[in-house]
Write a protein that binds this ligand. Structure first.
Ligand code: SF4
Length: 302
């Protein structure tokens, strides 16, 4: 089996930053530490944090004292205000690129724009952005929803959930421009998501099997699997090595391994080890080719 890793795969700077902040907070805290929802959408990272004593809650009102961690996806300003009103110490791990969307939306709303947010209604990040300007924002995801968006001659703008695909954003953009010629565009798709998709696409066409390592709850991991499947039909999303099935392989395949931006390195390495084992068990000596990537930083690309 020949195993290939794309140039960019796995944990991004925003997730690394959030996990580090959470670990430091858990170590330094003298009182209880809580996390609102999931720090990032990865079941193994969430469990690790819980093993460090951080308790997960769904609502601020469940917490009476101590420290409240805000996840990398961010929350509505009202949630932070609520936590502060309860005298909780707030440690905000919101990714700076999500905070950037909050700033854009706040500025647009102050100028009375109608704002279209391309994203998944129930995703934490989208709900957080919505809370910045509830009255102005219209959330949609499917192309068919465009015709039910309100018509206006006033100023309108498009922003996106960070994890949308560039290709889909561009398709949506064309459709919206037909309906709203005055549309102002803010491509807020994260560079990390784009880089992982582009790198996966660069190898997927040459692979017999593509594996994406990430949790089902991770929007960017699901999307990575979807784009890979466009070029390599035998594409699977696995949470960890234990979900890799021997029956997917005969042993001599070319296998690409990519991972969502919320997937830590050790989970990717676990999958590679499992693939090597499968290959050897089927009589093929595995090879692993890693495409090295440059160090990632928070770069404002749009
Ligand atoms: S994928 Fe992008 S927006 Fe999301 S946490 Fe990572 S760097 Fe931030």
């Amino acid at each position: 089996m020949d195993i290939f890793l794309p140039e960019y795969a796995g944990v991004c700077v925003g997730v690394k930053r959030a996990i580090n902040l959470a670990h430091k907070t858990a170590e330094a805290a003298t009182g209880p530490v809580f996390i609102l929802h999931e720090i990032v959408h990865n079941t193994h990272v969430v469990k690790d944090l819980s093993d460090r004593g951080v308790l997960s809650v769904d609502e601020v009102r469940e917490v009476d004292s101590g420290t409240l961690l805000i996840s990398a996806h961010g929350v509505s300003p009202a949630v932070i205000a609520d936590a502060r009103a309860r005298n909780l110490e707030v440690v905000d791990t919101t990714c700076p690129l999500v905070s950037k969307i909050h700033r854009i939306v706040k500025t647009l709303a102050a100028k009375d724009y109608m704002i279209f947010l391309l994203g998944e209604k129930n995703h934490d990040e989208v709900m957080g952005v919505q809370g910045v300007a509830e009255e102005n924002i219209h959330i949609f995801h499917r192309k068919e929803e465009i015709e039910s968006l309100p018509l206006t001659d006033g100023p309108v703008a498009l922003v996106s959930q960070t994890t949308q695909s560039i290709k889909y954003f561009d398709e949506i953009l064309c459709l919206l421009q037909e309906r709203y010629p005055q549309l102002e565009i803010h491509n807020t798709i994260c560079d990390a998501t784009e880089k992982r998709q582009t790198s996966a696409l660069a190898i997927a066409g040459d692979m017999d099997v593509m594996i994406t390592v990430g949790s089902m709850s991770s929007a960017n991991s699901r999307r990575l699997q979807e784009v890979s499947a466009g070029l390599c039909p035998a594409s699977y999303l696995v949470d960890s090595a234990s979900e890799v099935e021997v029956g997917w392989f005969s042993g001599g395949e070319r296998v690409g391994v990519t991972a969502g931006a919320s997937t830590p390195e050790w989970l990717i390495e676990g999958v590679i080890l499992k693939l090597m084992e499968i290959s050897r068990a089927k009589g093929f000596e595995p090879t692993v080719t890693r495409n090295e990537s440059a160090e990632e930083e928070f770069i404002e690309t749009h």
